[in-house]
Write a protein that binds this ligand. Sequence first.
Ligand code: F6P
Length: 341
Amino acid sequence: MRVGVLTGGGDCPGLNAVIRAIVRKGVPEYGYSFLGFRDGWRGPLEALTKPLDIPAVRGLLPRGGTILGSSRTNPFAVPDGVERIQHNLQNLGVDALIAIGGEDTLGVATKLHEMGVNVVGVPKTIDNDLSGTDYTFGFDTAVNIATEAIDRLHTTAESHHRALIVEVMGRHAGWIALHSGMAGGANAILIPEIRFDIDQVCGWVESRFRLEYAPIIVVSEGAMPNDRDEVLQSGDKDAFGHVRLGGIGDWLAHQIEERTGKEARTTVLGHVQRGGTPTARDRWLATRFGLHAIDAVHAGSWGHMTALRGTDIELVPLSEATKELKVVDPRLYAEAEVFFG
Ligand code: F6P
């Protein structure tokens, strides 16, 4: 059997570890050959390939990014996109595809499976917002990077008696903000799931200063105050209809300065959260997902993705995983609120 592998959407530490595990098990144990597709769904759409064998995956375990490249190409937004993919897979002798991606990439995989393509999915996203799995790899690395940044910002905030705001990724889900904010001892955590009251945030800032500490506020890029929508970097949409978020941190700093008279500055962590080497936990999860994905191909479990449930890796239908986003439970947020102000 010849198996195609692609990585789509925003990159994520651990992608290379998945690719390595798929090939390292698939060649000796099942006798499969592999073909890498470049740049997400653009690969099968335009027949852009890269050889994938054991020598090609050497040294990949600690490497961030993806050797296959990634894109947000949506074949369903391209005329004849699906037909072109089916034609290219047949021409290249590819019998099955492993798609490693988030909600958009796996959404495409779900539809292709329904149209008869042999697909197995592997969930990835630093945002940890995919249903069906307890965690996605990349999330732990992002949380550790954000936590280290918060730790460092505490000391400079205190030296200068400033309020410091840390804007983290998370379009619709505040998992990175919640986990890093709790780990880093933030004085307020603002997430997309729960609208915030700017007067209350300013109250927390003032109470923190009264205690002779400098406040740190962690905010997800998709967080919204009561009376306005997300702050956008641009109104342009990608092939899946997503706008580019960014700017809520600066908006908050401005509001805090105006309302409290205290100096406020913002650090936007941006793509730093997605770059570089994965943590040990992400390498472990990514490797296990890769091993189970190739087993799923061998078993013919088309239309399924690997998922972490507790400490077990299970297979769940792609349709279940992509039907709705996994957002922060208000009960978890309430735990963090104890430390606000
Ligand atoms: O999808 C993951 C994510 O990290 C989001 O949190 C963020 O909005 C988006 O990627 C940014 O992606 P890009 O690099 O394409 O702007």
